[in-house]
Design a protein around this ligand. Structure first.
Ligand code: HPA
Length: 277
């Protein structure tokens, strides 16, 4: 058993010792969506900082805990606050929380984030369903010795964002009259926003939105066989596409502004994908 797997198992056992609950769906709450954790009928929560050898989020405004309970009657675990590569963590630590949620029993995953819009058909405040991602700019979380207990050495990534979950997301958005966009997400390492030249390059590579998370989590989840979908909140138009310089304040403001729709959509997705066997 390799060291990373041993650490994951001891973290899993610690969390299970605190809250004995088997989640069906795991949710990663991105910027502006943290409030959804308060809507969970909570049966317990565990602070990341209490978990032995667990990476802890340092970004101001990011809470760091797992929240367990029921949402739409479905047993879920939510990550209120995630771990970012730009905080200086090892890429294996960045994906540890997602892997732990998988090891706790969640076979389905909903990833959410804030992202900059590259596709000029998008407007600030739009929601985008992630159809696929480009993660080649960041180190794969699957580098190093393969964790055979989780998955194969060379995992297929031809359908990271499950087709049947994408169909469910579309149906939920329609039911809620939310005009959801669709597109490819590209992950950068951050923490700086991009240059306009980088954004032009990413556009030519086929990206519709850019952010500093998610793709590595999606890869780790697929590696271990979780089925997933992802939603981005387009909090700003990417560098060079708006007359103003980018700020974290603008990102937070937009995320807060659309959080009602975002929360309603994620609740509907939880309900819908729980019915998919
Ligand atoms: N770039 C990278 N990450 C982001 C952005 C952006 O423009 N907006 C929100 N997260």
């Amino acid at each position: 058993m390799c060291d990373i797997y041993k650490k994951l198992i001891s973290a899993r056992d610690y969390v299970r010792g605190k809250v004995n609950f088997i989640p069906e769906i795991a949710i990663v709450l991105g910027s502006g969506l943290g409030g959804l954790a308060d809507e969970i009928e909570c049966v317990g929560s565990v602070q990341y900082s209490d978990i032995p050898a667990f990476p802890v989020s340092t970004v101001a405004g990011h809470k760091g805990r797992f929240v367990f309970g029921h949402l739409e009657g479905v047993p879920v675990v939510a990550m209120q606050g995630r771990v970012h590569f730009y905080e200086g963590y090892d890429i294996h630590d960045v994906v540890a929380p997602v892997r732990i949620m998988g090891l706790l029993g969640a076979k389905k995953l909903i990833l959410t984030n804030a992202a900059g819009g590259i596709n000029q058909g998008f407007a600030q405040g739009a929601l985008m369903m992630i159809t696929d991602h480009i993660s080649s700019l960041v180190l794969s979380p699957l580098t190093g010795r393969n964790i055979d207990e989780l998955g194969v050495r060379f995992p297929d990534m031809s359908e990271v964002y499950s087709k049947r979950f994408r169909d469910a997301v579309r149906a939920c958005a329609e039911k809620l009259s939310i005009d959801i966009k669709e597109g490819v997400y590209i992950q950068t390492s951050g923490p700086n926003y991009e240059t306009p030249a980088e954004i032009r390059a990413y556009e030519r590579m086929g990206a519709d939105a850019v952010g500093m998370s998610t793709a590595v989590e999606a890869m780790a989840a697929r590696h271990m066989g979780m089925e997933l979908c992802g939603i981005s909140c387009i909090t700003n138009m990417a560098a060079g596409l708006s007359p103003r310089p980018l700020t974290h304040e603008e990102v937070k403001e937009t995320a807060d502004r659309v959080s009602r729709d975002f929360k309603a959509l994620v609740r509907a997705i939880v309900s819908e994908i729980s019915k998919i066997g």
